[in-house]
Ligand binder design. Sequence first.
Ligand code: ADP
Ligand code: MG
Length: 137
Amino acid sequence: MERTFAIIKPDAVERNVTGKVIEMIEAGGFKIVGMKKIRLSKCQAEGFYYVHKERPFFGDLCAFMSRGPVIALVLEKENAIADWRTLMGATNPANATEGTIRKVLGVSIEENTVHGSDAPETAAFEIPYFFNQLELV
Ligand code: ADP
Ligand code: MG
């Protein structure tokens, strides 16, 4: 079993489609072992995305991710990290495969509805950024 970290981003919370995303997560065979609704400060968003700090979109991304509440999740299944990336779809919804979350619900390359860890080391940083052990069941 493997765990990965996911976020349902502010664009999805604003449009009332968090239930649709959760339905796709469960239909995809993932167990939700942690889930909470929170609002990131700009500073907390910058800490989460620090690997992107030199990218031109960093400022806009952190403003977007802190403009309203998000749902943070820890998902568990075999091969969870790669399988969640597959279910999410490509970063740009326009390039995402049919049936993926970003294809179905994404708005733009920035407002692309969901986040997912891209490697075991990333998940190992991202899960404890949001959850403590007692919150993972
Ligand atoms: P992913 O979320 O698919 O792993 P990245 O890690 O490259 O993609 O980027 C993190 C997030 O930054 C993306 O999900 C998206 O919200 C935003 N982003 C990525 N590329 C761009 C871009 N060219 N312009 C605006 N926002 C972007
Ligand atoms: Mg990424």
